[in-house]
Write a protein that binds this ligand. Structure first.
Ligand SMILES: CCCCCCCC(=O)CC(=O)SCCNC(=O)CCNC(=O)[C@H](O)C(C)(C)COP(=O)(O)OP(=O)(O)OC[C@H]1O[C@@H](n2cnc3c(N)ncnc32)[C@H](O)[C@@H]1OP(=O)(O)O
Ligand SMILES: NC(=O)C1=CN([C@@H]2O[C@H](COP(=O)(O)OP(=O)(O)OC[C@H]3O[C@@H](n4cnc5c(N)ncnc54)[C@H](O)[C@@H]3O)[C@@H](O)[C@H]2O)C=CC1
Length: 310
């Protein structure tokens, strides 16, 4: 059986007690949400992607189609007809909606991937809690906020967890599954099963700041930015050094641009507030200046580096 076939089969073979996830609502159609919607649709799930406007959703849908074309080129190298069918069927499983509460009315799993702001996430989930069916599981893709703080806006702590994907979602193989003390065994297993069904290797993490990866990655990126701020090395040299000297696929400065400098700032400001005594999480004047100039990295065409027009 092909890899895709194995993945498809796994997604519908969850055992009793765990809810089989058939329909997924992804809220936020940005960098992460579009990737999550893509991998869910391409592994046989029906997906509704939600964002604030039709215009954003139309751009996200085009972006997904472009990325799927890359997948098709690779997976169906010698089978043009099969590739076309895969693309058509995947896109047919994807719908869009600008009303999150409406989209959540018939769904098994909601994955939230909106802006990294606690108030905004709480407001969203509080509405969803009233709109979604009882059985629906809620998950946040937050990079840095406590899942617990988001879940308190709902009455379903037992059906709440974290699904932390990595950017670019279609390529990065890891999924951190975050469990609260209140998360039920059935919910946790459904989240793990879903992660495997979308082709990811899952790791379990507690609801501690940054889970596993970001607790290590955020200080690393911020130390690189401070190296640059002090004038100890150029951005290019920091990146080349870490790529060739430590074997990373991207250097820390280009990775910050890739993640989005607004997201980096949200994370660091939040952790500076919650852990003011830890100098690793001090804000960076250089990062703040770029964000205030709306130079948010790859997504706006300029951050620490300049990119082609977006
Ligand atoms: C201060 C606070 C900061 C906190 C940050 C927190 C953020 C989080 O919460 C967690 C995160 O996600 S952190 C980011 C994690 N991601 C990384 O570290 C990515 C590192 N970069 C890479 O792996 C490669 O450069 C990468 C894979 C991106 C690109 O690879 P290459 O440089 O080799 O470039 P390509 O040749 O273009 O791509 C390689 C293959 O991948 C395919 N591809 C790339 N992007 C894709 C996409 N979006 N969708 C589908 N396919 C994609 C590309 O087609 C190519 O495939 P092949 O041609 O078959 O090799
Ligand atoms: N950028 C990254 O590398 C990673 C980000 N994350 C997390 O994923 C989440 C999303 O990040 P990105 O996709 O990078 O951000 P983004 O800025 O690319 O996309 C966010 C999207 O959410 C939409 N949005 C904002 N408020 C909304 C609302 N109330 N209802 C519906 N849509 C809304 C925006 O219009 C935008 O399209 C954040 O929590 C971030 O911390 C997690 C892993 C990696």
């Amino acid at each position: 059986m092909s890899l895709m076939g194995t993945v498809l089969k796994r997604s519908f073979s969850s055992s009793a007690g765990r809810a089989a996830i058939k329909h997924v609502t992804v809220i936020g159609g940005g960098l992460m949400g579009s990737g999550i919607a893509q991998v869910a649709a391409q592994t046989g799930h029906d997906v509704t992607m939600v964002d604030m406007s039709e215009d954003i959703l139309s751009k996200s849908t085009k972006y997904i189609e472009k990325n799927l074309t890359r997948v098709v080129k690779k997976k169906f190298k010698d089978d043009a007809e099969g590739g076309e069918k895969f693309l058509r069927e995947t896109m047919a499983r994807l719908s869009t909606n600008t009303d999150a509460n409406n989209a959540a009315q018939k769904t098994d799993l909601v994955i939230e991937a909106i802006v990294e702001n606690l108030d905004v996430k709480q407001k969203l989930f509080s509405g969803l809690d009233k709109a979604a069916p009882q059985h629906t599981i809620f998950a946040s893709n937050t990079s840095s906020l406590p899942i617990k703080d988001i879940s308190v806006s709902t009455s379903r702590a037992d059906r709440f967890g974290g699904l932390h994907f990595f950017n670019p979602v279609p390529i990065m193989k890891l999924l951190e599954v975050i469990r609260l003390p209140e998360t039920s065994d059935a919910t946790f297993q459904s989240l793990m099963d879903f992660g495997q069904a979308v082709g990811k290797t899952t790791v379990e993490a507690k609801d501690t700041p940054g889970f596993i990866v970001n607790r290590l990655l955020v200080p690393y990126i911020m130390e690189a930015v401070r190296l640059l701020e002090r004038g100890d090395a150029s951005a290019r040299d920091i990146d080349v050094a870490m790529k060739l000297g430590a074997g990373y696929p991207m250097g820390p400065i280009e990775l910050a641009d890739y993640v989005g400098l607004d997201t980096c700032k949200f994370i660091i400001d939040g952790w500076n507030k919650s852990m003011p005594d830890n100098p690793l999480f001090n804000p960076s004047p250089m990062l703040n200046k770029l964000v205030s100039e709306e130079k948010l990295g790859v997504k706006t065409g300029e951050g620490f580096y300049k990119y082609g027009k977006k």
